[in-house]
Design a protein around this ligand. Structure first.
Ligand code: Z5A
Length: 210
């Protein structure tokens, strides 16, 4: 997205540790946005969303690498995603619902991997420029419960799912206690321990008020 471009649509991001329930609810969220706001909704994800970014996703999820290389690769994928898909969709007035964005890099590579958050924030600013989520919905779940849920589902077997509970506790801690400056008022924290129907009720309240 260029500095001068006009954003007409809204940018909604889902965040949380693996197994917290984003995939379970993403279609419900899109449908609720369409019904409440009468707009087109583009569902996408990070890393990914464009052919190039999906190739990078395969590397990041399955190829062993050092954690700073992870940051640089997800940033490259994000730049392509923002320029090719997210920016144009927002400019034509669609809403974009994105499974993960900049806060995932802070939480996983920063919290989980120990990379300096200031360095990550600087790269994210370079990559996504003025694009900020209008609303972040954070699915919050203790990592022991998320691990049990992932176990029940069978797991995708990627590098992140192989991490231990302590890693995911650090990821969760950054999500909850070390938010980006300015992110707090735009973040809705959802108790993902609730059952699916209660979570959907909470989601409806959040979405109607966006
Ligand atoms: N990553 C990164 O490191 N840095 C970055 O900057 C970015 C990403 C952008 C993407 O993988 C990976 O990329 C991610 C971080 C890294 N880590 N991993 N792995 P992904 O997209 O494949 O993974 P994910 O985003 O974590 O999605 P997921 O693994 O599919 O989890 P989920 O969507 O949060 O959960 P779910 O599949 O909806 O639910 C998990 C199970 O729980 C499932 O069996 C459900 O039926 C069950 N469930 C869901 N909700 C409930 C409730 N309320 N009660 C009971 N059971 C439930």
């Amino acid at each position: 997205m260029s500095q001068t471009s006009k954003r007409l649509g809204k940018f909604i991001v889902l965040e949380g540790i693996d197994g917290a329930g984003k995939s379970t609810h993403i279609d419900f969220i899109a449908e609720t946005i369409r019904a409440a706001h009468g707009v087109q909704v583009l569902i996408t994800r990070e890393p990914g969303g464009t052919p190039l970014a999906e190739k990078i996703r395969e590397l990041v999820l399955h190829q062993a690498m050092d954690v700073q290389t992870e940051v640089l690769l997800v940033a490259a994928a994000r730049r392509d995603h923002v320029r090719q898909l997210i920016g144009p969709a927002l400019e034509r007035g669609d809403w974009v619902l994105c499974d993960r964005f900049v806060d995932s890099t802070r939480a996983y590579q920063g919290g989980g991997g120990g990379v300096d958050l200031g360095w990550i924030d600087g790269i994210n600013r370079e990559v996504s420029g003025p694009l900020e989520p209008d609303r972040v919905i954070l699915f919050d779940l203790p990592s022991q419960i998320a691990a049990a849920r992932r176990g029940g589902r069978g797991g995708h077997g990627d590098r992140f799912e192989a991490q231990d509970v302590a890693y995911f506790e650090r990821v969760r801690d950054v999500y909850l206690t070390q938010m980006r400056p300015g992110a707090q008022e735009k973040t809705s924290i959802l108790n993902a321990e609730l059952d699916v129907s209660r979570i959907q009720m909470e989601l409806q309240k959040i979405i109607i008020n966006i």
